[in-house]
Design a protein around this ligand. Structure first.
Ligand code: ACO
Length: 436
């Protein structure tokens, strides 16, 4: 492990500042600049927060160079192999794997909250059928604040636990209802005899008229997908959840904002964009050559979706697990998907191409996940909702950690103002047209 100095020196004008260095468990170092503005009058400028740590956190560790991801110290590969999504939820929220009794209690707690208030169900009918399910989910999550006013104090531990159980239990129901509404099918009630992922499949695909049997292969694959998405430290949506929560906003309000942040195509929205891209390439029949050229020519708005990551500068460990899982699931379900061949071919081209090699661009979690969702029968516009379902415990764990952290202050970045200097108000009749 590299040894870090205990402080850094910053020379600013005639001042020399001694800035303490905070070193994490895995020897990552952060220069603490909290005294900077007070001492110098200047701030740091770091667009996209590429060099900025917003907090200390004990939840998730990523080594982007080595392709390592661990929840509470446990490698993601082991959790995917041996754990369940609800166990991982517990681990993220409470810091340790649960004992059998703790897991039973936690699971029962979640089970008691799976139904939605009948009045909440009525919301879905007022959204247009073509409404994007991410917008519907964010709206309904935010609206839960109107139903549970007595359990929304962020500082109260008991209220936090109840809200945690409620939202983990209800999000599968909310997500499935956003889909059922879009296709005009009746809403199914949750079935508490099922495990978490099987219940979600039942909510999505059962109808009152037919028997629906949950396929254990699909339920297992879904559980693995949820585990893989469960947390990823201070990404865009998680930072949003923390930022909103830092104002004292309740958990549902903070999570609703997180869903909206996740929706963007550069973040969680990339999983549906990948499948749409693969489909277009498949239809073009040229093995992706024209698309790859457009990416390298930096045509506006064209990127190799599902590639690149702010933190990973090597293969995203989630992507390698997902690639193997895609093959396994398709084989077990005796299905094939020509888009998988397109994806593998694109990956092979990219990993040898200097454009991608020089920029350290590798497949990320979104590159293969959509192909498994497709195999499971999830429609493309629900892919990002699936991501939200998985990321939920991470958002909550991070939000709770922030509430408990004595260093937390309202998140309020500063700026360097570059607009007009002071000038006089011009009356309407004296204004000239603006030149473009
Ligand atoms: N295709 C083509 N070029 C890319 C890609 C890509 N997918 N990703 C990055 N680049 C290029 C950029 O053009 C830039 O090149 P330059 O230095 O010559 O200007 C360089 O690589 C660095 O890219 P940035 O956008 O500066 O990297 P940043 O860390 O800001 O962005 C991001 C990361 C948003 C994930 C980016 O890689 C991207 O847009 N990927 C495609 C969308 C995607 O898959 N998003 C999901 C990310 S995982 C998640 O959020 C769950």
């Amino acid at each position: 492990m590299p040894a870090h100095p205990d402080h850094a020196e910053l020379h600013y004008g005639d001042k020399v500042l001694k800035l303490p260095v905070t070193v994490g468990t895995e020897a990552e170092a952060g220069i603490d600049i909290s005294s900077l503005r007070k001492e110098t009058g200047a701030i740091t400028l770091d667009p996209g927060y590429v060099n900025t740590g917003s907090c200390e956190s004990a939840i998730t560790y990523i080594d982007g160079e080595k392709g390592i991801l661990r929840y509470r110290g446990i490698p993601i590969e082991e959790l995917c192999e041996r754990s369940t999504f609800l166990e991982v939820c517990y681990l993220l929220l409470y810091g340790e794997l649960p004992t059998k009794d703790e897991l039973d209690d936690f699971t029962n707690d979640i089970r008691t909250h799976t139904m939605l208030h009948e009045d909440v169900k009525r919301f879905f009918s007022v959204f247009p059928k073509k409404a994007h399910p991410m917008a519907v989910c964010a709206a309904v999550i935010g609206a839960l604040s109107t139903f549970y006013p007595k359990s929304m104090d962020p500082r109260d531990h008991k209220q936090r636990d109840i809200s945690t159980a409620r939202i983990i239990a209800k999000l599968p129901t909310i997500a499935a209802y956003s889909f059922k509404h879009s296709i005009g099918q009746p809403f199914m009630y949750p079935q508490n005899k099922f495990d978490y992922s099987s219940n979600f499949l039942h909510l999505m695909f059962a109808t009152p008229t037919e028997d629906y049997e949950v396929d254990p292969v699909i339920a297992k694959a879904l559980d693995k997908l949820l585990i893989l998405h469960a947390d990823h430290e201070q990404n865009c949506s998680t930072s949003t959840v923390r930022m909103v929560g830092s104002s004292g906003a309740n958990m549902f309000a903070s999570l609703s904002a997180g869903v909206m942040a996740l929706w963007g195509p550069l973040h969680g929205g990339a999983n549906s964009a990948v499948v749409e891209m693969l489909q277009r390439i498949h239809e073009s029949g040229d093995g992706g050559r024209a698309y790859m050229q457009a990416v390298k020519d930096r045509k506006e708005g064209i990127r190799l979706m599902g590639f690149g990551h702010r933190v990973y500068k090597s293969y995203d460990p989630r992507a390698s697990i997902l690639k193997t899982t895609t093959y396994e699931v398709l084989e077990k379900l005796k299905k094939s998907n020509p888009l998988l061949d397109v994806a593998v071919e694109l990956e092979e081209i990219a990993l040898k191409d200097s454009y991608f090699v020089e920029r350290n661009l590798y497949p990320n979690v979104d590159f293969y996940s959509g192909l498994i969702y497709q195999a499971i029968g999830i429609p493309v516009n629900m892919f990002t909702v699936m991501f939200a379902l998985g990321r939920l415990p991470g958002w909550i764990a991070q939000w709770r950690e922030m509430q408990n952290d004595p260093a937390t202050r309202i998140s309020r970045p500063r700026q360097i103002y570059t607009g007009s200097a002071k000038r006089a108000y011009v009356p309407l009749e004296k204004r000239s047209p603006r030149r473009e």
